[in-house]
Write a protein that binds this ligand. Structure first.
Ligand code: C2E
Ligand code: CA
Ligand code: CA
Length: 679
């Protein structure tokens, strides 16, 4: 209703001095009794700290009038059992009377006398030394009545009082004024009650809630830990049947490397930043945030709140807007909890699966879970079981994707890409089984098979009188740990009697960057005369860093990283810079994933002479390839050439761009330009 509690409850214009809620205390629930002058009666008040849907942390304040059945301390002030001593103090006359006291319990002053005599005696003999100052201030008689009024009709204090047994016991003192006819005498009653047990309970509770806090929350991030998150999230979903929720899973890409590069403290700072961001979002929208350890977070929010725009705008904020965090962006997976049988745990698992589909993809930071994702996972064991049979049955076949000259469109090379011709499932793409085999260290047996198939085909083309085109095959990092890659490849080329230059080896950038063993193997393979291609260059986080000490022959640049729309201007410049740098380092370049005419034109414009992509050809079967190659003039048998000066496009020199500036600035001596017609 917009009214403040003290306005509506007590008709006061100012907050109550005896407010039953103490925000500073560690307790999450308190109970007390206060007096409302507005209604003229006592209320038992419960204050409860909770997360209120849509509002975040709230204090729920509920009160009901003290009634005869209540076991409250103040049940009925006329009932002696609820207090241990009752004093009547006549401030006007400086006189007091003890109306009641529990025999033999507390040390008491004489049954009646002058307040000014009794008070110092009680304070100095019957009140615990540590409480004396507070007791003295509590009984400041000059201001007592004002304070009672301000407090809404009764003043309460808690002090340790001396027992006849010699020990101390916590007591509560409640002082309330009594109206006496019209005489204007200032008389108050003081009820004193033993609250030792309650105090004990309260300390226990405070300790318990402190322990609970430690047990429920992660120390580093302050978020709920896994057990608490799942528990609270399940309960929230169950309690709010009318609200649909989404579970999100968040993980930071390459977080381990970030820790290594920038130190653990910087890593912790990133974790805390994410924690505070998602904690805030959860609070704002009535959700729950959790930290599962490592770099894994979870978030439960009402359905539809997590979308690309929001994720994108969150990632534009500190600390993810800084250069240090390029390549270390969080990935989001989301799964809707759309039926009562989906538990939060399952939804989070599904969200994690969705999240994994985003990892490594630069253009995408968020993915929604789809049932097929699990189907894929569920078949993982099946895939592993079937691979052996598939290998012996020759179910794996090679498809070939040509690499082309961007100007002449002639074919300069082929990439061998494996396909699984599954007896019941049809053609299965490598994305569905290669990662499974890699994860389980089964990839080497497949790769050996693929490499051999590639060699066998090259041999057969030569034997049938054709001029062979170089074929590149893929090498997984896991191969290195399973077999002696150098020995295996060397064995193959000698067995099929092939020139080393005909078998090219594609190794992904990340494998190269993260692995010394790989760098070592690459050096040996290069020494043997193999051509090495660095695959997916530009998709990783260290591309530009790596350029200076690269030892490969050809960079395959992933055009996918041009696709990031808001950055396309910037990535075009990066691509252009890579191409110019490569040019002056004698590195050859193939752009991968060229799908449109515009992309190919752009590649030409920046002097990138080779590309592989749907614009030219999709991967095709051996029959389709052989048919294609039988056409005249379709192949450029020189292969992928160095983008050295004599091959530079004349246009590149005439345009005012990075390439022409770089070329012109680096040209020494004269320049002859001649045109070549019909190649
Ligand atoms: P990759 O080595 O980067 O291969 C290029 C992938 O990009 C191929 O997918 C190819 O079909 C696809 N591609 C080619 N042009 C375009 C284009 O214009 N647009 C788009 N969007 N995509 C294009 P594919 O055949 O599904 O292979 C996926 C990945 O599987 C390969 O990526 C490679 O890492 C792995 N792979 C394939 N065959 C083998 C193999 O025999 N051994 C190993 N270890 N990995 C393999
Ligand atoms: Ca490849
Ligand atoms: Ca690639």
């Amino acid at each position: 209703m917009g009214e403040l509690c003290y306005e509506c409850f007590r008709g006061q214009s100012e907050p109550c001095k005896d407010c039953p809620w103490n925000a500073e205390s560690n307790e999450h629930a308190t109970q007390s009794v206060i007096y409302s002058a507005r209604t003229g009666s006592w209320y038992e008040i419960t204050c409860l700290e909770l997360d209120w849907f849509n509002e975040g942390p709230c204090v729920l304040f509920s009160g009901h009038p003290v009634d005869e059945h209540s076991r409250s301390l103040f049940t009925s002030l006329s009932e002696p059992s609820s207090y241990d001593e009752l004093f009547e103090l006549n401030l006007t006359d400086d006189a007091y009377k003890i109306l009641y006291h529990e025999p033999g319990k507390f040390t008491t002053p004489p049954l009646e006398g002058r307040i000014s005599d009794m008070f110092p005696d009680v304070r100095d003999r019957m009140i615990h030394p540590e409480d004396r100052d507070r007791f003295h201030a509590f009984w400041d008689f000059d201001t007592l009545l004002d304070r009672i009024e301000q407090a809404g009709g009764a003043l309460r204090g808690e002090f340790r009082k001396h027992l006849e047994s010699g020990a101390w016991s916590w007591t509560s003192l409640t002082v309330a004024p009594v109206k006496r006819g019209g005489s204007g005498e200032r008389v108050v009653m003081c009820f004193i009650a033993d609250i030792e047990e309650e105090m004990q309970r309260r300390t226990d509770q405070a300790e318990r809630s402190q322990i609970q806090l430690l047990r429920e929350r992660d120390q580093l991030t302050g978020l709920y830990n896994a057990a608490t998150f799942y528990d609270k999230a399940e309960r929230l979903v169950a309690d709010m049947p009318d609200i649909a929720y989404d579970a999100a899973y968040i993980d930071i890409e390459h977080f381990k490397i970030y820790n290594e590069w920038h130190g653990r403290e910087a890593g912790d700072a990133i974790l805390r930043a994410i924690a505070s961001r998602i904690g805030e979002i959860a609070r704002k929208h009535g959700g729950i945030a959790g930290y599962l350890g490592g770099d894994d977070f979870t978030l439960l929010l009402p359905h539809g709140l997590i979308d690309e725009k929001r994720v994108e705008s969150e990632l534009k904020k500190e600390p993810f807007d800084s250069e240090d965090t390029i390549g270390f962006q969080p990935a989001f997976g989301v799964c809707a909890i759309d039926s009562p049988d989906v538990s939060v745990v399952t939804a989070c698992d599904h969200a994690m699966i969705a999240m994994n589909s985003v990892k490594g993809a630069y253009t995408k930071r968020i993915a929604w879970y789809e049932a097929e994702m699990t189907e894929e996972m569920e078949t993982e064991a099946k895939i592993l079981l079937e691979v052996k049979r598939a290998l012996t049955n020759h179910e794996f076949v090679l498809h070939w994707q040509p690499q082309c000259n961007t100007r002449t469109e002639r074919i300069v090379g082929l990439e061998a890409l494996v396909r699984w011709q599954h007896p019941s499932r049809g053609i299965v793409m490598p994305g569905a089984f290669i990662p499974v085999l890699e994860r389980n260290n089964f990839i080497a047996s497949l790769d050996l098979y693929v490499w051999e198939e590639a060699c066998r085909h090259i041999r057969s083309w030569i034997d049938r009188g054709g001029v062979p085109i170089p074929v590149s095959v893929n090498i997984s990092r896991a191969d290195l740990y399973a077999i002696d890659v150098v020995e295996a490849l060397e064995g193959l080329v000698s067995r099929y009697d092939l020139d080393h230059r005909l078998l090219e080896l594609e190794i992904t950038e990340s494998a190269y960057a993260e692995d010394e063993k790989m760098a070592d193997a690459v050096a040996r393979l290069k020494g043997l005369g193999f051509t090495i291609l660095m695959d997916d260059f530009g998709s990783g986080y260290s591309s530009l860093n790596m350029l200076k000490d690269i030892t490969v022959d050809i960079l395959k640049i992933d055009m996918g990283f041009l696709a990031r729309q808001d950055q396309s201007q910037r990535s075009e410049s990066i691509l252009e810079a890579i191409v110019s740098m490569a040019r002056f380092m004698d590195l050859r370049i193939i752009a991968e994933g060229a799908e449109t005419k515009e992309q190919v034109d752009f590649l030409q414009g920046i002097g990138c002479d080779y590309a592989q992509g749907y614009y030219f050809y999709r991967p095709m079967s051996t029959e389709a390839l052989e048919q294609l190659l039988s056409q005249d003039g379709i192949v450029d048998y020189r292969g992928v050439l160095n983008p050295s000066m004599e091959l530079i496009d004349v246009n590149a020199l005439l345009h005012d761009d990075m390439v022409s500036r770089a070329a012109v600035n680096n040209l020494i001596g004269g320049l002859a330009v001649y045109a070549v017609y019909a190649d």
